[in-house]
Design a protein around this ligand. Sequence first.
Ligand code: Z5A
Length: 209
Amino acid sequence: MQTAGKFIVIEGLEGAGKSSAVALVKQHIESAGHSLVTTREPGGTPMAEAIRACVKQQWQDETVTVEAELLLMYAARAQLMHNVIIPALKQGQWVLGDRHDMSSQAYQGGGRMIDSSMLDALRQITLKDFRPDFTLYLDVEPAEGLKRARGRGELDRIEVEHLDFFVRTRERYLSLAKADLKCVIINTMQSIELVQQDISAALTQYLEA
Ligand code: Z5A
C-alpha cells in the first residue's frame, strides 16, 4: 500500500529499552519536520487497550490457550490498523509503533511455537501486503532483559514465562531481523548512551536516504 506517511517500528524483548528508544526516535522524526502519531501493541484504541489488559492479566482457574492469545493479538492489531495507523499514514502523518507484527512472529511463532502457516493466514487477513517502512530491533540477551524488566516491579502473565520461552522468542526475532532488509539490529547489551548513539546513527541514515 502506498501512503504519504511512513510507519517506523521498534521491536525487542522486555527490558530491551523500547520505551527510551521511542522517545529518542520521536525526537528525530519530529525534528525532521514530520507530524507523528505513536502507537503501542497490543493497544492504541479503546477496544485494543481492553484486549491488552485481557492478554496481560493472570486468569484464575482458566488456562489461556496459545490460540486465544494469538487471536487476541491480531484482533487488537486489526483495530489499531483500521482506526489509527492507516488513517494517519493516508493523511501524511508518520506513525511510530512500539511493537507490531514482528512481535507476533517472534512471541507466538518462536516463543509459543505456533505453526507459521497459522501466523501467515492471520497476517494476510489483518495486514495483507502492509509492512513497516523501517524497523529497529533492539536485541538483548533474555536473562538481562528480564532482569531489567523485573527491576521495574510486578510481572504480567507473559513476563512470568520461563527463560526458554524468551530464548526461543529472541532466536526468532534475530532470524526475522536479519532477513528483513528494512530492519536494523541494535545491540542493547551496552550502556544506554551507546545504544542511543547507535539508534541515532541508524535513524539518521534512514531519514537521509
Ligand atoms: N506481545 C506478544 O506476545 N505478541 C504480540 O504480537 C505483541 C505483544 C504485539 C506487551 O507488553 C507484551 O505483549 C509483551 C510482548 C507481548 N510481553 N512480554 N513479556 P508491554 O508492551 O507492556 O511490555 P514490553 O514491550 O515488554 O515493555 P517493557 O518491559 O517496558 O520493555 P522495554 O520498553 O523494552 O523496556 P524499558 O522500559 O525501555 O527498559 C526497562 C528498564 O531497563 C528500564 O529501567 C531502563 O532504564 C533499563 N534499560 C534499558 N536499556 C538499558 C541498557 N542498555 N542498560 C541498562 N539498563 C537499561
